[in-house]
Ligand binder design. Structure first.
Ligand SMILES: Nc1nc2c(ncn2[C@@H]2O[C@H](COP(=O)(O)OP(=O)(O)OP(=O)(O)O)[C@@H](O)[C@H]2O)c(=O)[nH]1
Ligand SMILES: [Zn+2]
Length: 342
């Protein structure tokens, strides 16, 4: 699948280019070609440019693992060699089980579609993990409830999801229906980048097919080899960038079985704002909201304004985050938190 059907078929703006990136291009760099990374494999990287798709060349010591799908890079004059990567506006990171390093999920994503189904997959504690990840990355989270066509009470899932974070957008849909595209259109459109995350089987691939408006025949073909990509979509563990039929770009990510949190303290504060905001009213500044006298959080539990299950989940996630977060945090890329409250 190609974004461009010929030279100059897409503009940089269509690919998500904006002043944030343009401002980083130095005077001596105006001849360089901006490219947006569309696929990252162990040994090769593919990108979309205003001139079409390209396979990039990484000069040493650059490694494929230094790049995330969605990254912007500048290419050398007249060739596909990466000169440098531009600073990221947002960066989605995840910690893998047992691994110390954080894995890059996607860069420069505007909106994160956190996909879950109106069935047993629906799990508030897991959604809160994804919300913390999204807040920390600087992306706007939207909870997407799939398989709404299979239940009578999609609205009850929607209400429960909306309570997980203040002002949280929640939609329910049938991922197989074309109406899904219209329901998600507020976050799609020219220059917008969205990413799909969620457990295996919740309908991410189905939603991707619907958003990119693949015909049934095309969708079937993704089990095999894709043109210029040599990668079967459903068998992939990699991520890739695809054009949305009505404008914008979507990044799919493989199903995540477990999502560990680390280094997401700010992100958690946003998810659990109703708890975070009470803390300054506790008698003790270092109150753990567990057993201390004069605890504003425990008062809120007692008078029914705070859900005790939320407090339990907050505690579990905060503890996990603290245990996983190195005490001395060095530079971690150039993630910006600028856009966090957009
Ligand atoms: N009825 C209905 N079925 C759906 C919906 N979304 C997904 N499905 C079905 O659920 C199954 C799993 O969907 P996938 O799109 O493969 O799930 P996935 O999230 O991509 O899973 P991985 O590729 O393993 O990450 C498929 O049989 C879909 O047809 C929906 O909204 N309604
Ligand atoms: Zn307290």
């Amino acid at each position: 699948m190609s974004i461009s059907s010929g030279p100059h078929a897409v503009s940089l703006a269509d690919l998500g280019w904006s002043a944030f990136f343009a401002d980083q291009v130095g005077e001596g760099e105006t001849g360089l070609l901006p490219a947006r990374i569309a696929t990252v494999h162990r040994s090769r990287i593919g990108a979309e440019t205003a001139l079409g798709q390209m396979r990039l060349i990484l000069p040493s010591p650059m490694k494929t693992t230094d790049f995330a799908v969605g990254d912007w890079v500048l290419l050398g004059v007249g060739d596909a060699t990466v000169v440098r990567r531009l600073d990221r506006r947002t960066l989605l990171l995840r910690r893998t089980e047992g691994a110390r390093a954080q894995q890059l999920i996607a860069a420069n994503v505007d909106t994160l579609f956190i996909v879950t189904s109106c069935n047993d997959d629906f799990n508030p504690a897991r959604l809160e993990r994804y919300l913390a990840l999204s807040n920390e990355a600087g992306t706007r989270p939207v909870i997407v409830l799939t398989k709404a066509d299979k239940v009578m009470d999609a609205a009850s899932y929607q209400i429960e999801a909306a309570a997980l974070q203040r002002d949280l957008a929640v939609v329910s849909l049938n991922a197989k229906s074309v109406e899904a595209t219209a329901i998600l259109s507020p976050w799609c459109g020219a220059g917008q980048t969205v990413a799909l995350v969620g457990s295996s089987g919740v309908g991410k691939s189905t939603l991707l097919n619907t958003l990119t408006r693949k015909s049934d025949a095309d969708a079937q073909a993704t089990g095999g080899i894709r043109e210029g990509d040599a990668k079967g979509r459903h068998t992939t563990t990699a991520r890739s960038l695809h054009p949305i039929a009505g404008g914008g770009l979507v990044i799919d990510t493989p199903g995540m079985r477990t999502l560990h949190v680390s280094d997401v303290a700010d992100g958690l504060d946003i998810v659990f704002a109703e708890i975070t905001e009470l803390a300054p009213r506790c008698r003790f500044r270092d109150c753990t909201h567990a057993h201390e006298p004069g605890c504003a959080v425990q008062f809120a539990i007692a008078d029914g304004t705070l859900d005790p299950a939320r407090l339990d989940r907050w505690r579990k996630l905060s503890d996990e985050n603290r245990d996983n977060t190195p005490v001395v945090t060095g530079a971690r890329g150039n993630k910006s938190t600028r856009s966090r409250r957009r």
